[in-house]
Design a protein around this ligand. Structure first.
Ligand code: FNR
Length: 183
């Protein structure tokens, strides 16, 4: 079994980013297990509370969960042409202590979404830049930008557009091939 962590950059209950990610989680093959890893309870990263003497329990728990996954799917909304502060904070927490980054060497997939036509392009690329710096291996193609996202989720929480599901399946298939290369 290969475990893939899913991190959602929006914290709100009715998050469309989360709903899209829930749909994507179902597209992985049966030998893949997905786990949503919460980031909403992480205190803002502060080196004063992350010391050799100890770290906040939320940091410890988050880092342990990242230890358990071989790959990470990042699902992000766009906040002011970038990723959300919560997502950036999660990247920072997972990257420390220095030299013990939990992201290092892992394959990643980025999916951005927006209710507008622009599909979170800015968030997608800022996230990609950070992941490359963190020595992750982001899936290069296909890039996953979901535009007009609010129209895509039906009352049942499912994506109501066949073409979008087919596209997301092709992205997951490519991601699975990437993950295999790092096994
Ligand atoms: C936004 N939104 C937004 N949308 C966008 O396409 N580009 C942007 O730069 C921003 N900026 C932005 C900043 C802040 C602080 C908020 C709260 C929102 C709108 C955003 O795309 C919308 O709220 C999405 O619905 C967020 O995703 P969830 O919460 O549904 O997952």
């Amino acid at each position: 079994m290969t475990k893939v962590g899913i991190i959602v950059g929006s914290l709100r209950k009715e998050s469309v980013t989360r709903k899209l990610a829930e749909n994507v989680a179902e597209l992985f093959p049966s030998e893949y297990e997905t786990e949503f890893i919460d980031i909403g309870n992480l205190p803002m990263y502060n080196e004063d509370i992350d010391t050799e003497a100890g770290a906040p329990p939320e940091y410890d728990e988050f880092r342990s969960k990242l230890d358990e996954v071989e790959a990470v799917l990042f699902a992000t909304p766009e906040y002011n042409r970038s990723m959300s502060g919560a997502m950036k904070n999660a990247l920072d927490v997972g990257s420390r202590p220095y030299g013990e980054s939990k992201w290092d060497g892992k394959p990643a997939m980025i999916m951005s979404q927006s209710p507008s036509n622009l599909s979170g392009f800015g968030a997608n690329h800022h996230l990609r830049q950070s992941l490359v710096f963190l020595n992750m291996h982001p899936l290069q193609q296909p890039e996953v930008y979901i535009a007009n996202s609010f129209d895509l989720i039906g009352d049942d929480g499912k994506i109501n557009n066949e073409g979008t599901v087919e596209f997301l399946q092709s992205a997951v298939d490519a991601f699975v091939e990437l993950v295999k290369k790092f096994k």
